[in-house]
Design a protein around this ligand. Structure first.
Ligand code: FMN
Length: 320
């Protein structure tokens, strides 16, 4: 049997909110269990843990893609009780039917790319491939490409951004996950390192000071410009607010991100209107969604150069 630790390594390459890497894995014969690591939750920006479970869904998808590539088929069992002892169990079987996975080669290349894009239009065939690859039970995927579709969404992003930067607790939580100096980033191997946002390495105290003077209005304007230079926006909507569908969103989003990478497309999150409940309600209303359907991930997509990759903790640190 291929070393299961190698599969876990691929799972940990998944994206997660603020790069918290909020996952723990355990191994037992042919079964890998993925559990939330609540020590790494984000109580301010993600009080109900939906982003945490989306991140687990991304890690699950990576794990399955790698397992298929190495000749395993999978059976997934969800154990998601109300009390917090949740587990996603992936039972692996060596299979003659398991095929090479077409997204595998993108696992090492995918990244969130937060620079300016160049507005180039998306080919119709790529839009179709993205729609196809995101199909997942419990998940609705929407793509916005014309100015008429994109422009009305800008005000929701700006409103969410201004709300968040007015909230001291939000800024403090964000700052606690930014690794301003190169040495801190290399030591902790989590969080958002300066290089991935195109910023220089600076001492931590200086970074914290700069963040204090960062206004929501300034950030909102940056987002507006970034959207206007994108080829499109994509939105992932959960059929309801259940843990199962949060995980499903993660799976669908991860396949989207990997497929986009293969198509030479970059992506970056603009989740502010999904994270701020008051703004989310307005967005739901604008899109004509019923109350139970939750818009949870909003991203811009387009073409640009890559940025340095973010770090991950060693596999040994996430295996219990
Ligand atoms: C559920 C979820 C929410 C995220 N929210 C944001 C966000 O609001 N803003 C942002 O810039 N990046 C966001 N990200 C991207 C992460 O910061 C990114 O995945 C992480 O820093 C690791 O970097 P990588 O994706 O380049 O590997 C989010 C990712 C996930 C999975």
């Amino acid at each position: 049997m291929k070393d299961l630790k190698e599969l876990i390594h691929y799972a940990t390459l998944a994206p997660s909110g603020h790069n918290t890497q909020p996952w723990l894995f355990s191994l037992n014969d042919d079964t890998i269990e993925i559990r939330p690591d609540y020590k790494r939750r984000l109580p301010v920006v993600d009080p109900d843990d939906h982003a945490l479970f989306i991140s687990l869904g991304c890690a699950l998808e990576n794990l399955i893609i790698a397992a298929n590539q190495f000749g395993y088929s999978e059976d997934i069992k969800y154990d998601l009780p109300k009390e917090k002892s949740e587990a996603i169990k992936v039972i692996l079987t060596k299979s003659s039917e398991a095929n090479e996975n077409l997204l595998f080669d993108a696992l090492n290349k995918r990244q969130s790319t937060r620079n300016k894009y160049d507005r180039k239009p998306l080919p119709e065939s790529d839009i179709l491939s993205l729609k196809e690859v995101t199909k997942q039970e419990g998940v609705i995927f929407k793509i916005f490409i014309t100015d008429n579709e994109i422009e009305p969404l800008i005000k929701f992003v700006k409103e969410g951004n201004i709300f968040q930067f007015k909230n001291k607790e939000f800024v403090n939580e964000l700052v606690s996950w930014i690794r301003f100096s190169k040495s801190d980033a290399e030591k902790k191997r989590d969080g958002i390192r300066s290089a991935v946002i195109g910023a220089p390495s600076i001492p931590n105290w200086f970074g914290k000071l700069i963040m204090k003077f960062n206004s929501g209005e300034k950030e909102a304007k940056k987002c507006e410009d970034a959207i206007r230079n994108s080829s499109g926006l994509v939105l992932f909507i959960s059929e309801d607010n259940s843990k199962q569908n949060w995980i499903n969103i993660g799976r669908s989003f991860e396949r989207f991100a990997l497929k986009a990478t293969q198509l030479g497309l970059k992506h970056a999150h603009l989740n502010m209107p999904c994270e701020e409940l008051e703004v989310r309600k307005k967005l739901q209303k604008y899109l004509g969604l019923p109350k139970e359907q939750q818009p949870l991930l909003l991203l811009r997509i387009g073409y640009s150069d890559p940025l340095p990759k973010s770090f991950r903790r060693n596999v040994e640190e996430v295996i219990t």
